[in-house]
Design a protein around this ligand. Sequence first.
Ligand code: ZN
Length: 310
Amino acid sequence: MKKYCFGIDVGGTTVKCGLFQTDGTVVEKWEIHTRTEENGRLILPDVAETINKKIEERKLKKEEIAGIGIGVPGPVNENGDVAVAVNLHWGFVAVAKEMEQLTGLKVKAGNDANVAALGELWKGGGVGYHNLILVTLGTGVGGGVIINDKIVAGPHGAAGEIGHAHVEDAITDPCNCGNCGCLEQVASATGIVRLAKEELAASDEASLLRKGPISAKSVFDALKAGDALAERIVERFGCYLGKALAVYACVTDPEVFVIGGGVSKAGPILVEYVQKYYKEYAFSTCKSAAFALATLGNDAGIYGAAKMML
Ligand SMILES: [Zn+2]
């Protein structure tokens, strides 16, 4: 009888680790440092060591452990191989195979954003649903697609890269991906700052935003204070994102969009502006898709990694 499972989320500075019961109850959470030196060759041995230590410390039997799920910041194929993970200084790494050799346990690996989507479906903003799109609004725009409780990874590991859809012809400076006019350039924290600067430059209209440093947070704070210029910025943001989500809905027919990442701290008002445009543009059958805020924060990755293994 399997009683436990490990969920691991490998980031560029820390590795988040979780020991779970198979029903999703967290037994223990902890972190270790990510050693990226020497092309990151120490990372997986370090993860294996901390897991092996935990098994020993808690006197767990290997036959009680379903396995290890591991999320990494890069494209992961179905075999659990990563082609490249820049933040970890990795080229090709056979993550699942190497971890199995190091621990003697079953291992599944996935892209960190996709894994986070599974975590939100299991224990976060998407509980009760089976088909979800996670939209992560941070420095960039990331995401993950879940269909029938399973991650859609794609043969290149690129499924769920929702931030790199082309949405604006007028943008001529490149996105981090090299293309121009990506959703990420208008709907991330930096994208909202871009829209704010454009609106501020377009008129002399009084605005709270003229007083201080501009950030996604200051834009939403100004909106909440009734600032008309801030409202125009958020309308534009909501329009770009709502339209894009309407396109994605035609492809995967999600039951729920879960919005996470730092920008989502703005709260329900953000969802309101996105959903308004989503409803305007979505195909009639998709209009009723629910919207929810993510609830697991930085723990979505360990939850999803554990679930992936179960
Ligand atoms: Zn891009």
